[in-house]
Design a protein around this ligand. Structure first.
Ligand SMILES: [Zn+2]
Length: 340
């Protein structure tokens, strides 16, 4: 990026009420068949326009084509039985009924490649595409086949790499892997989590990012955050290994969170997507608040490597709140840009 402080979002944006129930995660589609295909494309265009109106520099599909950031990807793989469900504890935080891995997992066809092509033809701006990371994928499943989290993660990493290569060929500029699980399973992150992520980006020429956050503003997450104390030092566990990794960009939660900003120093040299918008409340930040968070981050990341962003996805927010937050992000970045 030539422009200083290019803005983007972590991923999801609210869906229109005619496509899925607003302010709800895992909300079922309201359309079916060809109508659903058309509806998703219409929603993608609206999400793109929302970002363009707000002046966001690196745009995305707003995850309009997926029901959930992990399960929609897994749905199209073979080896996973969605009828056979088991209750598991997700990220050590809340119980959910999840599908079961019953055989060797494989990608039988592209998952998001057509959607990415569609977005590409709508805009000349840089586009970012989010995929789930291997560790977060295994944490959203029950495994009765491999019986090893590491083995299953490795299989998913190979599958993600196939998808990522085709997304790159479709014209995606930045491929992002969402790994909120990196904030929970520290030993595994260092044993094989970062290695699996590097397997997923193997051979890519486009830029790659990993997004690590404290989650959407849902109750299970806000309850968990209350147990973390006054300083959230989780990033300290994964950062040293990520700093040495081949991943280009690290996407983080910063604004309104208890993450000590100086932890960013541990990834010096990497590009950093700094979360300057809180997605866990409905209050729209002022541009000055956004600018303040970015100024603090500038102590630990060089200006040409700072990418203003949101803390996480905004799918569960009301649409007008999300729109306001996008505009605040853009305006806040512009304040700091003028100071540089
Ligand atoms: Zn997130």
């Amino acid at each position: 990026m030539k422009k200083l402080l290019p803005t983007s979002t972590a991923g999801s944006l609210p869906k229109p009420s005619w496509l899925a129930q607003p302010e709800t995660l895992w909300s079922p589609w309201k359309l079916q068949g060809d109508e659903l295909t058309e509806g998703k494309q219409d929603a993608l265009r609206l999400a793109l326009q929302a970002q363009q109106l707000a002046g966001i520099d690196i745009v995305s599909d707003g995850e309009q084509t997926r029901q959930h950031f992990v399960t929609t990807f897994i749905e199209l793989l073979s080896g996973v039985d969605f009828e056979k469900r088991e209750t598991v504890r997700i990220r050590d935080r809340y119980d959910a009924s999840v599908p079961t891995v019953v055989g060797a997992v494989a990608r039988t066809r592209p998952v998001f490649v057509e959607d990415a092509r569609y977005l590409r033809q709508l805009t000349d701006e840089p586009i970012k595409w989010a995929l789930p990371g291997p560790m977060t994928m295994i944490d959203t499943l029950y495994d009765s086949h491999y019986k090893s989290r590491e083995k299953l993660a490795w299989e998913f990493a190979k599958i993600l790499n196939q998808e990522a290569r085709e997304l790159e060929a479709a014209g995606v500029d930045i491929i992002q892997f969402d790994e909120p699980a990196f904030n929970v399973f520290f030993d595994e992150v260092n044993d094989w989590g970062v290695a699996a992520l590097e397997r997923a980006v193997e051979g890519l020429k486009c830029e790659t990012a990993v997004h690590i956050c404290y989650g959407y503003g849902i109750k299970a997450n806000t309850d968990w955050k209350k147990t973390l104390g006054t300083q959230w030092r989780q990033y300290e566990e994964a950062f040293p290994k990520l700093q040495k990794s081949s991943i280009d960009i690290i996407s983080l939660e910063c604004h309104n969170s208890h993450v000590p900003m100086d932890l960013i120093e541990l990834i010096r040299g990497k590009k950093v997507m700094v979360g300057a918008i809180d997605v866990a409340n409905h209050t729209i930040e002022t541009p000055e608040e956004v600018a303040n968070t970015l100024r603090k981050a500038l102590q630990f990341v060089d200006a040409d490597k700072l990418y203003p962003c949101t803390n996480c996805g905004m799918a569960p927010l009301p649409r007008q709140v999300a729109q306001g937050k996008l505009s605040a992000l853009s305006a806040g970045a512009e304040i700091v840009r003028r100071e540089l």
